[in-house]
Design a protein around this ligand. Sequence first.
Ligand SMILES: [Fe+2]
Ligand SMILES: [Fe+2]
Length: 302
Amino acid sequence: MSITPSPIPSNQPLQSLDEWEDFMKERYPAPMGAGPKPTVGYDPDKKESQFRNYEADARPTVREFYRLNHTFQTHEFGQAKRRQYLGLDRMKMGIWEAAEYLNKLVDDSDPDTDMTQLEHLLQTAEQLRRDGRPRWMILTGFVHDLGKILCLWDEPQWAVVGDTFPTGCAYSDKIVFHRFFEANPDHADARYQTRCGVYEEGCGLDAVALSWGHDEYIYQVCKDHLPMEGLYMLRYHSFYPWHREEQYGHLCNDQDRAMLKWVREFNPYDLYTKSHGKPDVKALRPFYDELIREYFPAQIRW
Ligand SMILES: [Fe+2]
Ligand SMILES: [Fe+2]
């Protein structure tokens, strides 16, 4: 008797969130040599045709993920999600507790080869620690993906992960699968299709609504507890059109320009630490308990 695989719900095309991250790694390969580098492997001479190849070579699941993301992430959708979540009145829990809660997120990935969410957080943080980075930055590495708990509250993948982009103004053509924006209702709204759209030149990214996802959520949860450099890493780690493609400079202010270097320093730790062996969660726990206590109260609002 053959077993028919259960159909993938149309809103959840990725087998695991890692599929999106694997695609990012293909688009932005690690710089030469093992381990994260403080410098970013961005190649400004990358040809447009290479960019198109990433699209052509993407798995159908990844393509469908981007189609949904670019179609449904409207300016109004992001505002509605901000209203829904940013009151932070759903739960109270500590940082480690949230990491364990996130670990309930099991998708169809192979448990023998793929990292759990907690392991990815520890790997990112441990590489920062090995490189002698400051304690706040190690902690930022540990919390950076906790916003993915949105998936546990039934948010579709396209509203949790994916490279983020400003809504309410023209889409940069450096955004991958750019043509899928043609199906976005904002594409037909003239107010949203000028260079600055609803924003003012140089207004600063804080005033700019990015497509909704795990970055903005974890930034809001942590914003009273970490230094500004760490908060930029949280809020913009998926904003590849800015930190890798050098787009949207016209919306940035001096503070954004000063902080960009920290967002870039963080990115290799997020992208390139996944294959560095499974961390020993039990052995590492005391170090992280102490680190968390240094910056966060026992419970925070989610
Ligand atoms: Fe992330
Ligand atoms: Fe991550």
